[in-house]
Ligand binder design. Sequence first.
Ligand SMILES: [Zn+2]
Length: 399
Amino acid sequence: MVATVGIALAATVHGCGDDGGSAGTSSSGGTGSNAGSEASGNSPSIPSATSANSGATSTGGSAGTNGATTQADTTGGASSLGRVTVQEVTTWRNGAVAAYSIIHDDACGYGLDSLFDVADPALRERGLHAGFGVIVSNCEERELWNPVNAMAEYGHEIINHSWSHAAGIPDDPAVWPTEIEMSTTVLAKNLRGQAVDFFIFPYDAFNDAVVAELEALDYLGVRAGTRGVNDAEFVDDMRIMFDAYGPDGASIYPDDTMAAYLDAAEASGGWALRELHGIDGDLWGAIPAADYLAHLDDVAARIGRGTIWMDTPTQVVRYRHARAACGLPTVSGSALTYEAQGECLTFATTVTLRVLVESDPGGVVAEQDGVVMPSRKVGGGEFYVDMAVDGGALVLAER
Ligand SMILES: [Zn+2]
């Protein structure tokens, strides 16, 4: 189901030298040892030639309509919009140039309450959603499931960051039943209304075997790539590339780290996945609050300009697959319909469609299942319209 390409990649050790496990002591000393040192830097070299994606495109989706985009069937006569044509699913939602996600590592960890107290409210103020990687045993010990669930209910993604944030997990299969499997089941049991779909490794240390273990557990995405921006057509959900904020070369963008990564995403049209830890304080990789807030303002400004779409990691993975697998909706008059199945259904999400409307109204109202979906005019007769691929018909009307 999850299209993956077997890319041999040696264990990579770097960053995330935090210490979530030790109660209170925050022996952040031990922590820097791994910081920024990459044992091996072979690139995952996204093999665009593989059939992993192209295969996906031809399966699932609206049977029979893939490719043959649309055709206006005006027999209903209900449309005053003239011929309605769906041109494409835009590369990223809202027709943005690039996608962006933030993961805050070590949520529930001792000394990391800034994630609840500073990061969460700052993101909400700006209408942004991020990922929070929880150390599951710490959420248990500290009885933090209510604040964790409050974040999930808002729309942040709760991500598995192992049971105890132990070092050496990849090379010690004896701890996998605890660090990987138990963390997955306990997190799933305690999360309300959200699945456990994404995994991040302590210290970003991983190898092929442990990544295969996560894939067998049906994770939709794993942060286990090299540093940099994911290609818009990335093919391996188990090897998502990222960049870490922290000392000693944690980032490959040493100058103006936070903005430079966004710039790189916009330049390539891909997906940037930023790794952050706490806000302020002296734990590994903490970002000063002023810098963090300025960064969120920068993100919000870029969203306003239409260059960045920010969402949680699994939402981006879903979008990338839905774009490839769902094809285009059928059009009848001013109604658009998807018949999601196969991979399109597995990765069901809300996609943005580029729609041409012959009558060129000043605006359209797009309603799906009783909900007005986001839409905006982007040119003469041209609109971006959001549509859930697993929902009912979306009906367009002149605003
Ligand atoms: Zn960590």
